[in-house]
Design a protein around this ligand. Structure first.
Ligand code: BGC
Length: 431
């Protein structure tokens, strides 16, 4: 049922006249091909989307068909900057890049740059990308509705101590798909299940009504996190989902993401535990300050509690740290709650992934589709059985699709470098 609803929303998002109001945005990315292994050169890559910001220098060498050299540096983005002004944020990014160029002895050069920016953007061209809205923990003023590439370039010009070459903007899902595509040519879906969740895939150009041209394919950033924003998931949202949404910094948006991703799973579990305690079904009805505090039950606790061998012991240690007096049965119930919430997340994701796989298969008129999905994100990587549950559910929902899951080698930064490589390579071909 969820997959059927999402299928309908995919069509709305792709439609020329329906996309304005569509909750699932289906954004054209202007990426028309996956890497074919012949890209080469020196690139810079930026990666912004979580609490950390990464800068990378990548050298791609054709002969070896692999990335030869890759250096990177991580800069933290302090919480107040995530909620400050856009100018502060971009000045910080430009400063981090400057430090990195000095440390790499690259300051005099003008290198092309790939920018993985993990938020929904209306892409006008590969180097023009308007932020639709912030998601996850970010809410910087003066950026929504603006061209992110321009804001970055302005911040660099304000400094005046270095310059960059052509810029290619990508979503992290696209970066992930590209970096996996470098290893496996049949990778045509990218999926993230981390702080946020989203997926992209290669769509037939003839179905992308908002972009001119009928031939070939283009990567579409689905922004499936927005599924349900028109109320279409109301019947499966729980009272806990509604509280999570109400307490978030972006109430009413990214409904599907709030039922699935790492930013919210811990909080959903906490709210269920609070309710069970109030109903005297846990801890003999005795709560604690920590349990009553939003954010104190971290998503990583879920993975620890669900660990096969030490899970119960981990649960008990966590409950003690949260100031709760538990008995064996309490720790078992807590584990069951974690399992319920993470399973729901995995199955919802599976329903969404199955929708994409089925769509690609039908698009190509195939009875059977063999494809690869590039995946990244802490929930997928770190949770002990999330990926197994997701795969099993996809098999049920898309029985005619044989999907290989490839965990992206080292996150989306390298994918961004790959996208720059492909974009620059295209420009060479056109000259
Ligand atoms: C953003 C997407 C991103 C996803 C995973 C969501 O909140 O809207 O653009 O791909 O998080 O990082």
């Amino acid at each position: 049922e969820v997959s059927a609803r999402l299928k309908r929303d995919f069509s709305r998002g792709l439609g020329k006249h329906s996309h304005h109001k569509a909750p699932v945005k289906m954004l054209p990315t202007f990426v028309r091909a996956t890497p074919d292994g012949t890209e080469k050169g020196d690139f810079l890559a930026l990666d912004l989307g979580g609490t950390n910001f990464r800068v990378l220098h990548v050298r791609v060498v054709e002969e070896q068909q692999k990335v030869l050299k890759m250096d990177s540096q991580i800069c933290a983005i302090p919480q107040d900057m995530m909620l400050g002004t856009g100018e502060q944020l971009f000045d910080h990014i430009a400063a981090c890049l400057s430090d990195f160029l000095v440390s790499q002895d690259l300051k005099g050069q003008t290198l092309p740059l790939g920018f993985t920016f993990s938020f929904p953007c209306e892409q006008k061209e590969i180097d023009k990308s308007i932020l639709i809205r912030w998601t996850k923990g970010f809410n910087c003023s003066g950026v929504e509705g603006k061209d992110v590439v321009k804001l970055l370039k302005e911040a660099i010009h304000r400094r005046g101590d270095y310059d960059i070459g052509s810029v290619a903007m990508v979503n992290d899902t696209v970066g992930t798909m590209m970096s996996c595509g470098y290893r496996d040519q049949s990778c045509e879906i990218g999926m993230i299940i981390g702080t946020g969740t989203n997926a992209c895939y290669m769509e037939e150009m003839k179905n992308v009504k908002r972009v001119e041209g009928e031939d070939g394919r283009m990567c579409i950033n689905t922004e499936w996190g927005g599924f349900g924003d028109d109320g279409s998931l109301k019947d499966i949202q729980t009272e806990f989902d509604r509280v999570v949404d109400k307490m978030s910094i972006n109430t009413g948006v990214h409904t599907f993401e709030k039922m699935i991703s790492g930013m919210y799973l811990g909080e959903i579990v906490r709210l269920v535990l609070v309710k069970l305690t109030e109903d005297k079904l846990l801890f003999k009805g005795q709560s604690s300050e920590a349990l009553k505090t939003p954010g104190r039950f971290e998503t990583k606790f879920i993975s620890e509690i669900e660990e096969q061998d030490n899970g119960l012991e981990n649960a008990q240690n966590i409950l003690t740290k949260l100031g709760l007096k538990w008995e064996l049965v309490d720790s078992r119930v807590v584990r069951l709650v974690c399992d319920t919430i993470s399973s729901r997340s995995a199955r919802l994701c599976a329903a969404a992934l199955a929708t994409i796989a089925n769509r690609i298969r039908v698009n190509r008129g195939l009875d059977h589709l063999k494809t690869t999905v590039g995946v990244d994100g802490t929930v997928y990587r770190k949770h002990p059985n999330f990926s197994d549950e997701l795969k099993a559910t996809v098999r049920l929902l898309a029985p005619e699709c044989d999907i290989t899951f490839l965990v992206s080698e080292d996150g989306s930064g390298k994918g961004a470098a790959m996208v720059t490589a492909v974009a620059v390579w295209f420009i060479y071909c056109l000259l």
